[in-house]
Design a protein around this ligand. Structure first.
Ligand code: FE2
Ligand code: FE2
Length: 333
């Protein structure tokens, strides 16, 4: 957001400023968003915009770090050194994505400790997709192809999100996600062209991950509570249903070249619409997993809490090192 049309950024935005000032700030904000300018951390913004972004970025960050678990489950059992190295790099990338996003949330005044506390106590959510188990090695491929693929479809438009730090974090995240998606595709292709047992394993993984991946785009537009406001604020650029359709259209030809089928008898090209029609999604399953009744909800959060506790000494050591360093700098200054 250009600085020309805003007062000093330190002005308290909901206390001293009078109603007229607030209205002026608000219309400057609206104009900046309408003109596709970026809102930066020190710009004035409505409280609801700030809290929506903090909630969304936190939920996104939580998903990145919880998402490390289902795949990390396979690192020690990867079938070759090459596959193990690739999977380790991928899981490590997801930790990095979490860090970019927690940092982006901090630019709006959120505290990382507080966000993690909310994750650990169940007050903030992460993507429900990670509450499904990874039963075979082929799941690593299906997650890369479908789950990371759905994430890219969701996140590419976020590179143009009105909030600068979030948009910029997404540019880097999307580049890494496309590597994740390709490694999944390549892994599934190898299995699909392998022995009949390997082909069957790949097909079974796709059968289990297809529908949960479609649910990743969130409830249908008619039932999506935050969508409209987020679209006006240009945090969100496309509706859940639009993105889901885009994802289905991308996946159908890819499944064909993989030599695998998608588990939906109603899936067919609709010439008139220029899109694929697809079957009804089981939203009762979605809501049930979201409420905590998925196969792995408890396991994921227990493991996350334990990892946090076991990492306490690392945080303490890092803080002690930072203090020592700044003291040293002060002494030599
Ligand atoms: Fe990621
Ligand atoms: Fe990823």
């Amino acid at each position: 957001m250009a600085t020309a049309h805003q007062p000093p950024s330190t002005a308290p935005h909901h206390t001293a400023a009078g109603a007229a000032d607030t209205a002026a700030l608000e219309s400057a904000f609206d104009a900046a968003v309408a003109a596709d300018e970026r809102i930066e951390p020190r710009d004035w913004m409505p409280d609801a915009y700030r809290s929506t972004l903090v909630r969304q970025m936190a939920q996104h960050a939580h998903s990145e770090i919880i998402g490390m678990q289902p795949e990390a489950n396979w690192i020690t059992r990867a079938p070759s050194l090459r596959r193990k190295a690739i999977l380790m790099a991928k899981v490590q990338d997801e930790a990095g994505h979490g860090l970019y996003l927690y940092s982006a949330a901090e630019t709006l005044g959120a505290s990382r400790d507080d966000l993690l506390d909310k994750l650990h106590s169940g007050r903030q959510k992460y993507s429900s997709i990670f509450n499904y188990p990874t039963l075979t090695w082929a799941d690593v491929g299906a997650i890369g192809w479908l789950v990371d693929g759905a994430a890219i479809t969701n996140q590419v438009p976020l590179c143009r999100c009105s909030y600068g730090p979030y948009a910029r974090a997404m540019v880097r995240v999307c580049k890494e996600e496309s590597f994740h998606q390709r490694q999944g595709y390549e892994l599934l292709l190898a299995l699909s062209r392998g022995t009949p047992a390997q082909h069957a394993m790949a097909q079974d993984a796709v059968d289990r991950w297809w529908w949960p991946s479609l649910m990743m785009f969130g409830p249908p537009d008619a039932e999506s509570s935050h969508s409209e406001q987020s679209m006006t604020w240009k945090i969100k650029r496309h509706s859940n249903d639009e993105l889901r359709q885009r994802f289905v259209d991308i996946c159908v030809p890819q499944a064909e070249s993989l030599g695998l089928t998608l588990p939906d008898p109603d899936l067919r090209w609709n010439e008139e619409r220029g899109h694929h029609d697809f079957g009804a999604i089981d939203w009762t399953e979605f809501w049930s997993v979201l409420k905590g009744n998925g196969p792995c909800n408890e396991q994921r959060i227990t493991q996350r809490r334990r990892a946090h506790e076991e990492g306490a000494w690392v945080r303490e050591a890092a803080a002690a090192y930072a203090t020592k360093n700044s003291e040293r700098k002060e002494a030599t200054a």
